[in-house]
Design a protein around this ligand. Structure first.
Ligand code: CO
Length: 505
């Protein structure tokens, strides 16, 4: 090989950037599909997106990339493991190996089966008919086990799947933290449920005109630091954030004229994802060094702005008078304390996506335990509803009336997303641990919220998390930023302090 290492590295980056341009086009088509595309366009759009996805896959699995990586791995570019070049080579190798290990036939079978299964699942959920979904779930689990087999794993097949969403995480590493967390969380949830104090949530269910919600949401998003010169906010059915390319990050929401919080906190959540995407280093765009760490770290950014900042007393010291001005009919006679309690209402509910900050994690822990058990073969697929309900009763003190509000409620398993759920709780755990550190380093953070100043926290996140791209894996990033490994303690302390005060527990 006559090329110098520098030239080969340059070629690698060029190839990666080309692939990322295809990805950006795919992302834009996907955003359009979920916002403005006429419904009749869905067949053509599916063709366009799968064409681009196939092209990107073909380019990324080109054996030439494997050859370049093998050369570069022996080069001085790897000397400093945290250098830009070493990070890009390491992370490209990681994704490349995964991509080439999965046979095209299996990719197609999973894609075909899960597309069908999602339709069946939607019907089964509507009818609360688990037996209808059962054979499909069995088939998906078999395919996911095949996938895990192709990817390879040391201990558990589950690890290979979880690794797709949270690189480096294993059932054991996550399970240990979750187990410690669950013990304390179940007790806190039970204490809150037994408390006599109850928020009046009806004040959030008054009339909140959609046009004014849009203005108020946009002002909240801009205040916390989402850059509207490099992004936009649109309406969709299932809100998401799409970081398309530098200078173009798109967030979405949905409005309910009879609910204040759904859109507002949803906008803060998606803005948190957007602020992360906008904070990535443009100079490294298209390479791992300019990309986000994992789903869990991404979720930590959205949860931080939505909950730790957005549901705090200090935040509303600034925003509540503004909300009263914007929605005088609904809020002019409401006391600050009552509003603050209402937006932090905790009560057990069957549906995960409607859950509060405390019980939300119990929904995830339950799913994590169930999906691990059925993948391992310890839980027969036909016995999932029974196992679900039993755990639900144990954690929430309630029994789902039917499977639609039990094990059939989420789309994930029908889409083949096994090992995805833990990233939600990991996001909450990371967010609390990062936030505790930020508060330690920025002494008057809460006072800054009270006066509507959020750029100090945003700059802290830019510097400590966003700008590193994939330099660190999630596990290391937590250690580097906070000086400690991931622990349930910061989140537990936060929840106990906040809800202890609200519920007198
Ligand atoms: Co999110």
């Amino acid at each position: 090989m006559s090329n110098s290492h520098e030239e080969l590295y340059k070629e690698l980056l060029e190839r990666l950037k080309e692939i990322s341009i295809i990805g950006a086009c795919e992302g834009l088509l996907g955003w359009d599909e979920r916002t403005y595309m006429p419904r009749a366009g869905s067949k053509s759009r599916a063709d366009q997106i799968s064409y681009l996805a196939g092209m990107a896959h073909k380019k990324f699995t080109d054996p030439k990339i494997g050859e370049i990586l093998s050369e570069l791995e022996k080069s001085p570019l790897m000397n400093d493991p945290l250098s830009d070049s070493a990070v890009n080579i390491r992370e490209t190798r990681y994704s490349y190996d995964k991509s080439v290990k999965i046979p095209q036939k299996l990719v197609e079978e999973i894609s075909h089966t899960t597309t069908m299964a999602q339709g069946i699942w939607a019907e089964a959920r509507k009818e609360s008919n688990y037996p209808k979904f059962l054979p499909w779930l069995e088939k998906i689990i078999k395919l996911e086990l095949d996938l895990a087999g192709c990817l390879g794993y040391k201990k558990e097949a589950y690890d290979a799947l979880l690794d797709n969403y949270e690189p480096g995480a294993t059932h054991e590493s996550v399970g240990k933290v979750f187990e410690d967390f669950r013990k304390e969380l179940v007790d806190l949830a039970a204490a809150i449920m037994n408390s006599k104090k109850r928020a009046d949530i009806s004040i959030l269910e008054r009339e909140y005109p959609v046009d004014r919600q849009a203005m108020f949401g946009q002002s909240g998003s801009a205040a916390i630091g989402f850059d509207f010169h490099a992004g936009r906010l649109d309406v969709t059915t299932h809100p998401f954030c799409s970081g398309i390319a530098p200078g173009d990050t798109r967030i979405t929401t949905r409005y309910n004229p009879h609910h204040f919080g759904q859109a507002f906190f949803g906008i803060l959540h998606e803005s948190g994802h957007g602020i992360y995407d906008q904070g990535l280093d443009d100079a490294h765009h298209g390479t791992p060094r300019g990309n986000s760490v994992s789903l869990g770290i991404h979720e930590s950014q959205s949860r931080m702005w939505e909950n730790l900042v957005g549901r705090s007393k200090a935040f509303w010291k600034h925003f509540f008078p503004r909300a009263q001005q914007m929605f005088p009919e609904a809020l002019s006679n409401v006391k600050f304390e009552d509003f603050y309690f209402a937006i932090n209402d905790v009560r057990p509910s069957f549906i995960r996506v409607e859950a509060d900050e405390v019980t939300y994690n119990l929904h995830i822990l339950l799913r994590f335990e169930i999906e691990f058990a059925f993948l391992k073969g310890d839980l027969a697929v036909k016995d999932i509803p029974g196992a679900w309900n039993e755990k639900f009763k144990k954690y929430f003190g309630l029994m789902p009336k039917n499977d639609a509000e039990g094990c059939l409620q989420d789309v994930h398993w029908s889409a083949g997303y096994i090992g995805y759920f833990p990233t939600y709780t990991l996001g909450n755990l990371y967010s609390a641990q990062f936030f505790a550190k930020a508060k330690e380093e920025i002494k008057d953070l809460e006072h800054q919220y009270e006066i509507g100043k959020y750029d100090t926290l945003k700059t802290w996140l830019n510097k400590n998390i966003h700008t590193h791209g994939k330099r660190y894996r999630a596990e290391n990033l937590v250690q580097v930023v906070t000086g400690k490994p991931l622990s349930h303690k910061p989140l537990m302390i936060y929840l106990k302090t906040k809800y202890g005060e609200l519920y007198g527990v």
